[in-house]
Design a protein around this ligand. Structure first.
Ligand SMILES: NC(=O)c1ccc[n+]([C@@H]2O[C@H](COP(=O)([O-])OP(=O)(O)OC[C@H]3O[C@@H](n4cnc5c(N)ncnc54)[C@H](OP(=O)(O)O)[C@@H]3O)[C@@H](O)[C@H]2O)c1
Length: 285
């Protein structure tokens, strides 16, 4: 049976290692820079031992480097790898070439990135995992994704930085959009909780509609209807805050493209909206 090890016993390892054990994988070794997190994680998993990193590298057939992104290359370079084993990192943004030391020693290398925000022991089942690896390792990792109850996504080489930027759009930028709303609602004294209670049902409904019927087709709001007067009113309402206005203009211009693409607004209306939403000077936004 393939033995699995982890180097780095942080948030991802604390979610992934027990989940792999529960899925029937033999997770046998955990290393961490400070010893206690490795010892604690090893205690949760029958048959698993806290070890120095080099011993994990020597004993395990498949090693997850679950250290911070900026340490992946240096940790990989600090260890002796061997032909026949596999070394995988879990970073979305870091290229798989960060593991080239292991590849040069004959190991297979890959990326295994869960599209999930991990806190402590966050469940992994149900999320998507992006796999980038050569064929033999890819087969192993694809099977692992299915065993974890996750959805498989593939990524070609060289795309990780772009891909990971979009993960931010799908998660952290949602926080940014809601923070923008909270600031505006705060201007008439509404609390963040009041705003969220009012807005989130609409947001959830939007996400449900998008999932069922697509992004452009389900877009609502004045731009999707070509209501130029309402957009002019929005800009007037935001006028005292140049940053909020710039934020609105950027998003609204993208909305025009979506609405025009579905044919819901004609070219003339789209041009009028673009003119209204143009930044005051080319460098302004
Ligand atoms: N957290 C997420 O939501 C998430 C989601 C998807 C992917 N990822 C990726 O998963 C990887 C791990 O992230 P994480 O959130 O689990 O990080 P984390 O919670 O900060 O844990 C990193 C662990 O690595 C250990 N470490 C640091 N340098 C080390 C070294 N030289 N040798 C051995 N252990 C070392 C740290 O030990 P100490 O205790 O000594 O500091 C810490 O326990 C990253 O590549 C990240 O991009 C994270």
């Amino acid at each position: 049976m393939t033995t699995i090890g982890f180097i780095g016993a942080g948030r991802v390892a604390r979610g992934l290692a027990p989940a792999l054990h529960e899925a029937g994988y033999a997770v046998t070794g955990i290393a961490n820079r400070s010893p206690e997190p490795a010892a604690e994680l090893a205690r949760w998993i029958p048959g698993c031992t806290a070890l120095p990193a080099q011993e994990v590298a020597e004993r395990c057939d498949l090693v997850f480097l679950t250290v911070p992104d900026d340490s992946i290359r240096t940790v990989a370079q600090s260890l002796q790898w061997r032909a026949g084993q596999s070394v995988v990192h879990c970073s979305g943004a870091t290229e798989v070439s960060a593991l080239d030391t292991a590849k040069d020693a004959g190991a297979q290398t890959g990326g295994f990135h869960p599209l999930q925000g991990f806190a402590d022991r966050t469940p992994i089942a149900g999320c998507t995992i992006t796999v980038e690896a050569e064929e033999a390792l890819s087969r192993t990792l694809d099977t692992m994704v299915a065993g974890l109850g996750c959805r498989l996504n593939r990524l070609p080489p060289g795309k990780r930085a772009l891909y990971h930027a979009t993960a931010g759009y799908g998660a952290g930028f949602i926080n940014v959009l809601l923070a923008e709303i909270a600031t505006i609602w705060g201007s008439w004294g509404a609390s963040e909780a009041e705003m969220l209670a009012a807005i989130l049902p609409m947001s959830r409904n939007t996400l449900d509609n998008i999932e069922r019927n697509g992004i452009a087709e389900t877009m609502t709001g004045p731009i999707s209807r070509g209501d130029i007067g309402s957009v002019r009113a929005h800009l007037a309402g935001l006028a005292s805050d140049p940053e909020a206005t710039a934020f609105y203009r950027t998003h609204a211009r993208r909305s025009v493209a979506l609405a025009e693409g579905t044919g819901r607004i004609d070219a003339e209306t789209a041009a009028a909206l673009r003119a209204l939403l143009r930044p005051p000077s080319p460098d302004a936004e």
